[in-house]
Design a protein around this ligand. Sequence first.
Ligand code: PLP
Length: 415
Amino acid sequence: MTEPQTPARPANWVDSRISRTSDALDRAFEEGLTGHVVTSHRGKRVRLEDGSEALEFVSCSYLGLEEHPALISAAEEALRHFGVHLSTSRNRMRPHYLGELEELLSTVYRGNRAVAFTSVGTVHLGLLPLLGAGALPSYPVAPAGSVFLLEKTAHSSMQVLRGVLGQIGPTLRFDLGTPGSLEAALREGAQGGRTPVVLIDGVGSMGGLVDVTGVLAAVAPYGGHLYIDDAHGISLAGRHGAGYAFDAFGDRLPPHVVIAGSMSKAFGGSGGFALVPTEADVRVLRKFANPLVFGHSVMLPLLAANVASARLHLDGEVAALQERLWRNADAFDALTGGRLINAGLRSPVRGAGFATEEAAFRTAAELKEAGVLILPAFFPTVAKGTGLVRFALSSLHEPEHLETAAKILEGTAIG
Ligand SMILES: Cc1ncc(COP(=O)(O)O)c(C=O)c1O
């Protein structure tokens, strides 16, 4: 008699992530090449747990705003007036900072409306189901419903929501690196009259810049909507630091586009925001976006710091920091002979790609030895068996910081 067979459990994304992740990251932790414990931070210099000092290319605060006196004193003042937190959802009670922040962001974004969330991930979670269901007045959806098309390299915080989005409409994937892939997904998705909702990044967290205007042109004939996660693009480009995507569209939010922004990276504070065109869209978000209705606002001292940062965006200070960042990017590209991933692009991310994990390890170890901290990446972030050393550039890096890092890369087999 044969044993009864238990049917195989269908694979889910947790299984596939665990089985696909190599042990290289564990090794990088064990060898002290990542997971650094920082006891203090000034400019790009950090003090580590063992008392040593290092130079970091890890932080995504590309403009160094988190140390700006205006942000620090705003946070201190908020602490004095409120304590550390006002524990309630925004619809019940909210600190005055929240409305101030959203008004200032609306000025940055030329009258479009910004709604603050605690993170970019909660923007996705709150807004995307409403977008797909046709609940946002500026983004109508056909009677047949919507279909979500996710770009392959779009940030993981959107990819993990496929199960949630699947309750609203089917989800398909496409790859901007494969010619015709977006068009094929649009054709397939729009069959039966569904409205496509296309999800992409703006400035890639690892890769390059996404051609947001080209994607919008492809989506337009289908009456679709485009949702852009421009977390890494906010503040570092555009008039008043509106960001990469808003700037690429000509300093405007075109119809059918939603931008999700971060206030935790170049913005210098904390949280995320959704950018939509009208107050009617804002009302729907406030009433129905799950994390807004059933969650907290951005923690109070950081909310006050966000207000201070938004003012620096409007008064020209951010524009000066942008210039310094791009001067540093140009200098680093020159020092590394244009060999790094993203060289020449208006992205703050540079990558040294290696054909083997071992070569990436060696370089990360040499950099660490010289007191330079970077982010090492392995499969599935990069192709199996290869490695990447990621440098996050900042307006605060000094010429000698760039020289130190570039010198170590000189003798390595990048590519
Ligand atoms: C492109 C992108 N989107 C979203 C996120 C998530 O941001 P948050 O921590 O604000 O949810 C990140 C985080 O690093 C990111 O790089």
